[in-house]
Write a protein of this length. Sequence first.
Length: 281
Amino acid sequence: MASGTLDSSAGTAGVTSTQAGPAAGGRAAIGARALRTDNWRKAPILTVTLLTAWILYAVVRAFMQKWYFVPDFHYLTPFYSPCFSTACDPEASLLGQFVPDIPIFPYALISLPILGLFRLTCYYYRRAYYRSYWGSPPACAVPDLHRTYQGESRFPLILQNAHRYFFYFAILLSIVNTIDAIEAFHSPGGFGIGLGTIILVINVILLWAYTVSCHSCRHIVGGRLRHFSRHPLRYRAWGLVSKLNAKHMELAWTTLGTLLVTDFYIMAVSAGWISDLRIVG
Ligand code: FES
């Protein structure tokens, strides 16, 4: 079969070689509008809807500058952690306050950009937003909406390679989130457990799973080795990370959900809309 053509015998939903045009710009030119017969638009539409809604919620919450902390139970929403602003409740600032209180700055001025860039450069999210927001391409076997394609080999997309560095910062922030979850075992009388504690713990476990399932983590743990047999511990760690890595997409979405639920619950308790369901203390 000639380059740049498709044959119906290759299982391409009835598209013949006469329907395909010549190769252009180094890419196969596909004459048919799309080779898919299923509802391929569903995934990009769903992705745009959910991601846009989540981003709008996060931006509103990041700049709200209230209802982020419940002093009685030490519940601190991950959207404000670590709370470095001098405007933060001192009890919420376990790591100190050194960012001046400037109204247009979110209280978590340092962590939010890092986490945003960590997710923005994540291999899974890249796939998701390249497809759904840019249509490049919208789905497998669907033509790219753009005439040219340069991949990630040039500016600005070459900056996506910085992902591995954001991974290191994400590990540090996961440690901070873990401390927040431990701090949430608190009540006015000392030790305590509430529904908020459980939500924070579940959230941080899933955040760790998402972070460790990162493709960069998998490479750091098991990459550049010639013989796994000489590195049994790294081999075992690589096997565990690989299992999580296979669930990276699911973890990416699940953690967006748990972050939202955690933040909303803490906002609701902090605002007095609901009372925390106490189990101990
Ligand atoms: S690849 Fe998704 S977080 Fe690294």
